[in-house]
Design a protein around this ligand. Structure first.
Ligand SMILES: C[S@@+](CC[C@H](N)C(=O)[O-])C[C@H]1O[C@@H](n2cnc3c(N)ncnc32)[C@H](O)[C@@H]1O
Length: 359
């Protein structure tokens, strides 16, 4: 699947219109750039995926009682059948960069991201983080910032869950097209639809390209939650997929907590260096020998060997897929200092390009 070409109208536009905009005489900051006229343009044949390659459950699954194609997919016209092409203007801004030499930097796209993405070229993006509506069945009205700006969006879906999944699938399909072979995608959701989104993403991105379901703890239970006759639902899920197995990933580390340090780093050597004793686990005999030569092996009275790990050489706790250390998202302090996007970006270690209503 990785080598199959998934093209889109964005590739064609990219060669013409976006190229023109790169002139020195191009639009200035604040200016709106009108979209090109694509009426009468046919679908590009390559934009259609080879569906039989999309959904390949592992052999141990046997025959899976689900549709082979993602919901809403038309075998001839893909998602263009339900959602025809619409071209949107862009605005020239500061501070936005795609980090991709061929793409115009400092351009903020306003509008429905399906139509925006269709204007972008294939395989041009390293990382996508999205925070879409969660299928919560609610309408959100949030007064935001000092100027009391009202931000609202409706998370109620005609056609119920399948209507929502079709809407999301058409966008995930474009996101997959935009990702480089080394790229990855993080989809923020919660219990309302996470399991169903996972099934659809398996069909779109491939079951084998799933990497993590990150549990992001939201807030300490209060008020009504205590009386809800069930365990409080206190985490969001972020589904992390890669485009191919060539995807890049960098380990991230969190600082040790005070408790961790006092529990584990309990020893100090003659030079004043703080260290802990760690089991050798699955280190090979070769590595063990190297540790012995470096004086890094601690021998207990019964002759058992362990590894000496110095605090000043330790990177911290390897970031795993359970995030409990972030101040509550609903908390004012969180909203002032941060956003879900910023945190997800920092932890994924690269810059994203496609967001949903991000700040
Ligand atoms: C869960 S909220 C994300 C809020 C944002 N991440 C934050 O932390 O403030 C979902 C957002 O997606 C936006 N949205 C809904 N449909 C969209 C679409 N088709 N294209 C772009 N944004 C969309 C909504 O307006 C809403 O702001």
């Amino acid at each position: 699947m990785a080598d199959k070409k998934q093209g889109g109208l964005g590739d064609e536009l990219f060669g013409s219109r976006l190229g023109e905009l790169r002139d020195a005489t191009g639009p200035v900051k604040g200016e709106f750039v009108p979209p090109p006229d694509v009426s009468g343009k046919d679908e590009i044949a390559e934009a259609l995926p080879e569906q039989e390659e999309f959904w390949r459950p592992p052999a141990r699954f046997g025959s899976v009682p689900v549709e082979a194609t993602p919901l809403g997919w038309d075998s001839r016209r893909g998602y263009h059948k339900l959602y025809p092409q619409v071209m949107l203007p862009t605005q020239v801004v500061e501070r936005v960069s795609f980090g991709h030499p061929e793409l115009e930097p400092n351009r903020l796209f306003w509008g429905d991201n399906l139509h925006v993405m269709r204007q972008l070229p294939s395989q041009s993006i390293d990382l996508i983080y999205i925070d879409p509506p969660f299928f919560s069945g609610r309408q959100y009205n949030v007064i935001f910032g000092d100027q009391n700006e009202l931000r609202s969006f409706i998370d109620i879906w005609e056609g119920g869950l399948s209507g929502y999944l079709i809407w999301l699938n058409s966008r995930l399909y474009e996101m997959k097209r935009l990702l480089k072979k080394t790229g990855s995608i993080y989809v923020h959701c919660d219990w309302h639809a996470s399991h169903y989104i996972k099934c659809e993403m398996d069909k779109l991105f491939g079951y084998e390209n799933f990497r993590n379901q990150i549990a992001w703890k939201r807030a300490t239970p209060i008020g009504g939650k205590v009386k809800s006759k069930m365990m409080p639902r206190d985490y969001d899920s972020i589904l992390y997929y890669v485009k191919t197995n060539q995807a890049s990933y960098r380990n991230e580390y969190l600082p040790y907590s005070k408790e961790y340090l006092t529990t584990y780093f309990k020893h100090t050597d003659k030079d004043g260096r703080i260290y802990r004793i760690q089991a050798l686990g699955d280190y090979s005999e070769e590595s063990r020998e190297k540790f012995r030569q470096q004086g890094r092996i601690y021998k207990s009275r019964d002759g058992k060997e362990a590894l000496i790990q110095y605090l000043d050489e330790s990177k911290g706790v390897l970031l795993d897929d359970i995030w409990v250390d972030i101040i509550g998202m609903q908390h004012k302090a969180f909203q002032k200092q941060s956003s879900k996007e910023k945190i997800a970006i920092t932890r994924a270690g690269v810059l994203p390009t496609v967001q949903y209503g991000g700040r």
